[in-house]
Design a protein around this ligand. Structure first.
Ligand code: GUN
Length: 289
């Protein structure tokens, strides 16, 4: 059996088309949705992500502000800028690209963002709201995964969902969303004793660890839905320099029922959901004024 491919580019294009219409409607009422992105340092991967986020805004008719600080910038400088952006009514979403340099207290920076502008959904208030089942902003990558599952009508009620990775950005919020959707959820991590034992039970398997091709076909239940959140650059071999996921696509696609590719799977959906959250923030702000 060869799995069906879940095309994140196609779904993204569809969702972004709807966002462009909503952004135009808001503009006609005098509000241009605006996302402010802060990048500290020159990590090449982060720079690419930020560039794509800014370009994504433009393509759907939203405004963006990009502030880049040198790697040795003081945390106070960034906090002062966040305070300014919090107070600016023309700014609807604020995002600080992670990871921050080591001398930063990332938690303190994320907590400084006004919760109603926290389009990443990383502020403790928003994490709490998600946990209570009343989310204000759903973190973009897990939100994109849920959209993908919804678009394919993947049955979630009563399904066994296994997430590999327990990060604040993906694994933890993903577990909450799948739990709320009715899955029985297992979260695996670096200390999990027998990873394959768990992954082989998964009807829905989400890989989010950042280790190239670590989930192989023999670790997958036949017919399972496999969502690959990893974006890794291959270090060696014939495909050195090319991107690959946490899933070994070649062996996995022979076993899975539905699978996301890398690139062209979850990646484009992450930015699409960031744009969705920003538009939502602008619509809410417009509603209030
Ligand atoms: N770094 C990796 N993923 C993300 C994300 O979703 N948001 C932010 N702000 N930084 C990231």
């Amino acid at each position: 059996m060869t799995a069906r491919i879940l095309d994140g580019n196609a779904l993204s294009a569809q969702v972004r088309g709807q966002l462009a219409e909503r952004a135009a409607a808001l503009k006609a009422r005098g509000v241009t949705p605006c996302l402010a992105v802060i990048l500290v340092g020159e990590d090449p991967a982060s720079a690419v992500y930020v560039r794509n986020k800014v370009a994504g805004c433009e393509k759907v008719g939203m405004r963006s502000i990009k502030d880049v600080y040198p790697i040795n910038a003081a945390q106070e400088t960034v906090l002062a800028r966040i305070t300014e952006l919090n107070a600016d009514p023309a700014v609807h979403g604020i995002l600080v690209q992670l990871p921050l340099p080591k001398h930063f207290d990332a938690e303190a920076v994320l907590e400084a963002i006004a919760p109603e502008k926290d389009v990443d959904g990383f502020h403790a208030d928003n994490v709490g709201a998600l946990m209570q089942g009343t989310p204000r902003f759903i973190p973009c990558t897990p939100y994109g995964v849920m959209k993908m599952l919804e678009s394919e009508k993947v049955a979630l009620k009563g399904a066994e969902a296994v997430i590999v990775g327990r990060s604040n950005i993906v694994g933890k919020p993903m577990s909450m969303l799948l739990l709320q959707a009715g899955c029985t959820v297992t979260v695996c991590h670096s200390q999990t004793r027998d990873l394959a034992f768990h992954t082989r039970r998964a009807d829905v398997l989400v890989a989010a660890v950042g280790r190239p091709k670590m989930i192989t076909g023999d670790m997958i239940k036949p017919g399972a839905t496999v969502i690959d959140v990893g974006i890794n650059r291959q270090q060696s071999g014939p495909d050195a320099g090319k991107l690959c996921g946490d899933v070994d696509f070649e062996t996995a696609k022979e076993v899975a029922g539905l699978i996301t590719p890398v690139p062209g799977g979850v990646g484009p959906m992450t930015i699409t959901m960031l744009l969705t959250n920003t538009l939502e923030a602008a619509e809410r702000a417009r509603g209030k004024s």
